[in-house]
Design a protein around this ligand. Sequence first.
Ligand code: AMP
Ligand code: ZN
Length: 302
Amino acid sequence: MTSDPTLLERLLAKRLLVPSGVDGLYGRSGAFESIIAGIDSIATRVSANDGTEWYRFPPAMARVEFERSGYMKSFPQLAGTVHAFCGDDHGHGLLIDQIEKGEDWSGGQEKTDLVLVPAACYPLYPMVGAQGPIRDGGRSFDIQSYTFRHEPSKDPARMQLFRMRENVRVGNQEQVLSFREMWIERAKAIMTELQLPFDIVPANDPFFGRTGRLLKASQREQGLKYELVIPVANTAPTACMSFNYHQDHFSQIWDLRFENGERAHTGCIGFGLERIALALLRHHDLDLERWPAPVRKALWGQ
Ligand code: AMP
Ligand code: ZN
């Protein structure tokens, strides 16, 4: 008896994704990347008149800023830190020996000044803080980066390295909340144009441990996070976009203030680029040529 191949197996068989031997770490084919480029172009098009400042950060950030962010208090299970060999000849000999014998060679690794970026907006707030007081209307940003989360899985929509395209608003409470509302409406229009079935639902982040349970409940209760979910590979729908209101959490850490001294609030909306690409593949076809013409037009203008 043969069973239906999973979406992951079909993606690998079609070489849309390339296996690495590690769950959640894949190469992407040209066809897969053309979908990502199409989603990126839609994100650019819908926000063309927003007066957004564009920045692109590498997928690692300064360890000291990561430490200040408090990420380890909330999500220690997801973080990836960069370590490197900093020893001498003797240490090098030991290292080679351990690798050859298949022994644990991590003891000789030392922490570097880098940590992998856990969400595309994390490197932005230290920059905004360092650039000084914020003018009245606040600031809006467009960012895109590979991000890392240590959550190995056979679900192709749960990767360890994936891209987030984010729009971030730094402003007062009202500016941030209306920005989030606007993006929820834009996201609904985009998914309708892409002919994907979706729902917008209250959500919470995967805060760690016992105290994390309380944080999850309060995040939901206060309506701080919404997600746009689409059935992808799992029986449960998968979060393909998120709409987050951080209140003044990041502003307290990096002292983001208006010219009058008032503390700013922040919010971000994130496109999970791989997840949206996977949703399109799942709902249309693994062969991009067979996608509905209006969907192709929305992505690639043809
Ligand atoms: P979050 O910061 O958790 O709200 O993530 C922002 C977006 O990134 C989510 O809405 C997803 O679309 C995407 N995302 C989160 N985790 C993963 C993952 N492990 N693999 C692929 N995409 C992810
Ligand atoms: Zn963000």
